[in-house]
Design a protein around this ligand. Sequence first.
Ligand SMILES: Nc1ncnc2c1ncn2[C@@H]1O[C@H](COP(=O)(O)OP(=O)(O)OP(=O)(O)O)[C@@H](O)[C@H]1O
Ligand SMILES: [Mg+2]
Length: 236
Amino acid sequence: MLKVSEVQAGYGAINVLWGVSLDFPLGRLTAIIGPNGAGKTTLLRAIMGLIPVQRGEVVLDGFPLTGRNTWEMAALGIAMIPEGRMIFRDMTVEENLAMGAFPKPHRPALARNLERVYGLFPRLKERRRQAAGSLSGGEAQMLAMGRGLMSEPRVLLIDEPSLGLAPVMVQEIFAILRDLKEQGVTIVLVEQNTHMALSVADGVYLMRSGKVLMSERAQQVDVERLHDLYFAREAA
Ligand SMILES: Nc1ncnc2c1ncn2[C@@H]1O[C@H](COP(=O)(O)OP(=O)(O)OP(=O)(O)O)[C@@H](O)[C@H]1O
Ligand SMILES: [Mg+2]
């Protein structure tokens, strides 16, 4: 279990997360939804150690992550696929993937993991020698996901993978998420597309204004109430 307890974090003097607690059971897909500025990306950054946790803690299987460096996360089995993809445009597809296996412990498995990623994303294999900057939006998202998988993470944090993609591409990305879940990967999915998020998730959290407003099993979510909270039609 990846457990976030009472976490308070932000940027310098600006606090964003106000004591949020979320549980991410192993082997499950947990979705975090919420409007712009809710603090979803900030939460992922706090888990990854990209910003300091001011109060509270993050624990993976009883092992505290709080206070660890971001570069230790790959060795601990955690990878993040950031919002906006952040691929290296001037490098080829394959060079971008190799960057995902850059930490030394992952280098011996490079060839095996490349084959695994190409198996999941045949389009990337076809375009392996192409500059990443020439990929379509959906292909760039596949590349970002593929790179995240190169370190064989047990826990994958994904920030808005469907953003700006055509519906057919969104379907493809979500099919891959389902595959990964079947392979036992623990997935934390930040997603604005409530409908798609509910279709794959086991559990759902709704965040707004740096707080968790709702926590529910995906099958039991009352979509009407979710949307009321999402759009602040109900006092929080
Ligand atoms: N580097 C930063 N410095 C200062 N404030 C920031 C920084 N990054 C984000 N914020 C602020 O923190 C708040 C939460 O932002 P965050 O990116 O976590 O929201 P989000 O839920 O991911 O939103 P979106 O759905 O738009 O991606 C916002 O008010 C934002 O302006
Ligand atoms: Mg965000």
